[in-house]
Write a protein that binds this ligand. Structure first.
Ligand code: C2E
Ligand code: CA
Ligand code: CA
Ligand code: CA
Length: 275
């Protein structure tokens, strides 16, 4: 028993060391990943819940680490937020997403995730303006997805930044709605354009009536503010049916497509020749 106990402690220590070590390695490698071309953007379609037409895509960051392979964003983005690397990474994401979206048909919108940390530095508006002007993307096609942690700091500079962004013509989406501390008053003072409810509220609605009631309450909260509500993480026809019944205009999820390489659209000229 004693030997087994010691073995367990050792394994635990080793795991701790590995965890610490990998964390440091990731933090270090992240600073070089842009220059080495290891980041790329996957795109997941957003579709109209009635017509199922694709209305746009959400850009989701991917990192192909030379040694570790694909590192999931849930693993490296929190580290990038701690070290501040998210600021330059976020700038790269904005530029890359706008550059690619500018080549798509102009009725398609692009949604880009913006970390709360990017809001704490004063030049976010310049970064967005810059990405728009370099790419030539119509600002009305750009949606910035922000989480509740941004608006929790209920201060004037956040309000000013959001106002300036909206003056540029971009829209602001509250992402992961329902998971944090959002309240009706936050939604009021910040005047979002759209709410995206977190997929944890969608996952079990086709199996469980109480989660269906919670989904309804959250969608209803959005609609009571006259905001369109997007449902994320829709994986089944039944889930689609239920959120569409509640009036979610847009949906996103594996039912319609997983995040994948940038969609290629034939130019009008090419399709005219082919046709
Ligand atoms: P998010 O913004 O809430 O993005 C949605 C996540 O849900 C994505 O995970 C997407 O792949 C996943 N998802 C979409 N539909 C389904 C579905 O039907 N079923 C399931 N099980 N999952 C679905 P992903 O790509 O791993 O990204 C995780 C998170 O990492 C994102 O959550 C976002 O918070 C963050 N993230 C990703 N890219 C960026 C970025 O460029 N900048 C920042 N700041 N954060 C990012
Ligand atoms: Ca998002
Ligand atoms: Ca989300
Ligand atoms: Ca999320």
């Amino acid at each position: 028993a004693k030997a087994a106990g010691r073995g367990t402690v050792c394994a635990y220590d080793v795991a701790m060391d590995n965890e610490q070590q990998q964390r440091r390695e990731l933090e270090h490698d992240m600073t070089q990943a842009i220059a080495r071309g290891e980041f790329w953007l996957a795109y997941q379609p957003l579709v109209n819940s009635q017509s199922r037409a694709v209305t746009g895509y959400e850009a989701l960051l991917r990192w192909d680490h030379p040694r570790l392979g694909a590192v999931p964003p849930d693993r490296f983005i929190p580290l990038a937020e701690e070290t501040g690397a998210i600021i330059s990474i976020g700038e790269w994401v904005l530029q890359e997403a706008c550059r690619q979206a500018a080549t798509w048909p102009d009725d398609l919108r692009i949604a880009v995730n913006v970390s709360a940390v990017q809001f704490w530095v004063p030049n976010l508006v310049d970064t967005v303006r810059n990405a728009l002007s370099i790419s030539g993307l119509d600002p009305h096609r750009l949606e910035l997805e922000i989480t509740e942690s941004v608006v929790m700091r209920d201060n004037d500079s956040v309000v000013a930044t959001l106002d300036e962004l909206r003056e540029l013509g971009v829209s602001i989406v509250m992402d992961d709605f329902g998971t944090g501390f959002s309240s009706l008053s936050n939604l009021k003072s910040y005047a979002f354009d759209k709410i995206k409810i977190d997929r944890s509220f969608i996952a079990t609605i086709d199996r469980d009536t109480s989660s269906r009631a919670i989904m309804r309450a959250i969608v209803g909260l959005g609609h009571s503010m006259n905001l369109p509500v997007v449902a994320e993480g829709v994986e089944t026809e039944e889930q689609l049916h239920l959120v569409a019944l509640e009036g979610c205009v847009q949906v996103q999820g594996y039912l319609f497509g997983r995040p994948s390489v940038a969609p290629a659209f034939e130019t009008r000229q090419v399709s005219a020749i082919v046709g």
